[in-house]
Design a protein. Structure first.
Length: 257
């Protein structure tokens, strides 16, 4: 198996910050898949250090502008980056220009000598609301796979992870992963880089069967408590990440839960 890295830096948005996996023991009150990965990489490796520069709500451009240079300055041997998800929820988008910008950043990361992990977007086909973006995300994914091939990056192919069709893998907002989703993603990432680890995917058992009335009630609650405020932020030009800082801006030992 692949040897354990010693300096891991995670870049991105809410996906990598850990939104949906609340835990007050961790910076920003979030744990998340990247922290879980770091815990495993730190096991038996006292020299291991980890930084997480991700901030919720960030578009691809700001992720690159704000996080790329600080990440390179930390001289990591492993980098993960997921960017573009928030861009794809905007009404207008030039996918080619977006991925060209991404390509330039991935080139810089791989040229540094670090192993680079990039992610495809998840398949939103199961969602009545986010499913409308499925075609856009499929095109984005093909372009991202080309970027990975061009620069020798490792793909974590979220699009093909069918277990995320289970709503229990998602937080109430249906946009961010639940603790189970983050746990599962950590196992997927560790498997993708070929590192032995002690994590197992969550065993959720059979999915509950809801009546039509229960499903409608859940949909109404989701619309009222998530969708309406989410749309309002976009109308106002505000972001969930306004005033939020990176939870681990410097390399430090991983938190051992």
């Amino acid at each position: 198996m692949t040897s354990f890295p010693s300096r891991y830096v995670a870049l991105g948005d809410s996906f990598t910050e850990g939104v949906g996996d609340a835990d007050e023991r961790f910076p920003n009150g979030l744990r998340g898949w990247a922290d879980r990965v770091a815990e495993q990489l730190a096991s038996g490796n006292p020299q291991f250090r980890y930084a997480n520069l991700a901030v919720r709500g960030r578009l691809l451009g700001p992720i690159i502008e704000e996080q790329l240079a600080p990440a390179l300055a930390l001289k990591p041997d492993l980098v993960s980056i997921y960017a573009g998800g928030n861009d794809m929820m905007r009404p207008k988008l030039d996918l080619d220009a977006l991925v060209d910008h991404y390509d330039t950043a991935i080139a810089q990361l791989t040229e540094s000598g670090a192993r680079v992990l990039i992610f495809t977007a998840y398949d939103t086909g199961w969602s009545a609301f986010f499913g409308k973006l499925r075609g856009r995300m499929a095109i984005y994914n093909e372009l991202v796979r080309e970027v990975a091939d061009r620069h020798g990056a490792t793909i974590v192919d979220f699009w093909r992870f069918d277990e995320y069709q289970d709503l229990r893998m998602w937080d109430f907002d249906r946009l961010h992963m639940s603790p189970a989703g983050h746990q599962n993603m950590a196992t997927r990432v560790l498997d993708a880089i070929g590192v032995d680890h002690g994590l197992t995917p969550p065993d959720l058992g059979p999915a509950p069967v809801l009546s039509k009335a229960e499903t409608r009630a859940e949909d109404r609650a989701w619309t009222r408590e998530f969708l309406v405020p989410w749309v309002a932020r976009r109308v106002k030009g505000t972001s969930s990440g306004d005033g939020v800082s990176a939870k681990r801006p410097e390399l430090a030992p991983a938190f051992q839960s």
